[in-house]
Write a protein that binds this ligand. Structure first.
Ligand code: NAP
Length: 284
């Protein structure tokens, strides 16, 4: 890697950041595309967060991704937020141009890209397990693209609030339930089931959401947005039942590729980004 006066600096802000694969993925894309830029991890402690946007501007950083726990907290510090990020209430990308900061969210569209790459178009009912930030981004994007949604959450009021917001933002039907018996009825009608909870994520790989996969229609697709491990227990059990599955690795690469394209203004080298991430995940 060659660093000089012209090298553009990008990065990722979150806390902690020890396991993030974003720097690996974005730097691979810069190398493949021959772009004089570097992407760095910036773990920002919560007590210093309020100064992060000014610090980035001062240092000439041209843009950065945002991850847990700052996706919502960053919004008041930005000059503008695009429509999707504003409606999701969550920003995972900030571009700094001529001193102004603009926020985007590429999580929802990244997930949709993955579905479409696998020939699946959103329609009918999507069962979304969880009601946090990722569920909000996915639910909004799926609803905007024609799906009805039901949010299944441990904390029912959080899911109820989210379902109400989805209805008022998109005009699509949306419901909220907890992990009781009603889940089975919705699972039987769903053509998409998505885990957005951390259940099954490394190192707790033996966990999975408390749903009965036998109830799922045989034509439904079971997705996990966890990408470490690539195949979670949920996906393995679904595969054993002959159900179609999709790992979170595609969403991770697609949200990254969408971010890269907004930052750089060129088509991202998707395959190389995917390959470097998959190779690292399967090695670990
Ligand atoms: P979040 O805002 O903290 O939401 C987490 C959700 O999971 C909440 O609904 C929470 O329920 C539920 N949950 C947590 N622990 C649970 C448990 N033990 N049992 C049942 N439900 C539980 O987090 P997030 O930002 O949405 O991220 C969620 C996951 O998505 C993370 O694993 C993250 O790595 C992954 N993710 C992946 C991508 C990708 O590109 N593939 C992108 C974004 C996020 P309560 O409301 O009851 O607390």
């Amino acid at each position: 890697m060659h660093i000089d006066q012209e090298t553009k600096v990008f990065g990722l802000i979150g806390y902690p950041l020890s396991h993030s694969l974003s720097p690996l993925m974005h730097n691979q894309a810069f190398a493949v595309a021959g772009i004089n830029a570097v992407y760095l991890p910036f773990p920002v402690q919560p007590d210093l967060f309020s100064s992060v946007v000014n610090a980035a501007k001062t240092l000439g950083i041209q843009g950065f991704n945002v991850t847990i726990p700052y996706k919502e907290m960053i919004i008041p510090y930005l000059d503008e937020v695009d429509q999707e990020a504003g409606q999701c209430g969550s920003v995972n990308l900030v571009i700094i141009k001529e001193g102004r900061t603009l926020g985007f969210n590429t999580d929802g569209i990244g997930f949709l890209d993955s579905l479409r790459q696998e020939g699946h178009q959103p329609s009918g009912l999507a069962v979304i397990l969880g009601a946090g930030g990722a569920a909000r981004a996915l639910g909004y994007t799926l609803a905007m693209n024609g799906s009805q949604t039901v949010f299944v959450n441990r904390t029912l009021p959080r899911a109820q609030q989210l379902a109400q917001e989805i209805i008022s933002l998109t005009g699509q039907e949306s419901w909220a339930i907890d992990y009781g018996g009603q889940v089975n009825e919705y699972l039987g009608r769903a053509n998409l089931v998505v885990n957005t909870t951390p259940l099954g994520m490394f190192p707790d790989i033996d966990k999975m959401p408390d749903i009965d996969l036998y109830r799922v229609d045989s034509k439904a697709k079971i997705c996990d947005i966890i990408y470490n491990p690539v195949f979670t227990r949920l996906l393995k059990e679904a595969q054993d039942l002959g159900l179609r599955t999709m790992s979170g690795i595609g969403m991770f690469v697609n949200q990254g590729a969408r971010s890269w394209e907004l930052l750089i203004g060129k088509k991202a080298p998707w395959q190389e980004m995917y390959d470097v991430v998959q190779k690292r995940l399967l090695r670990d």
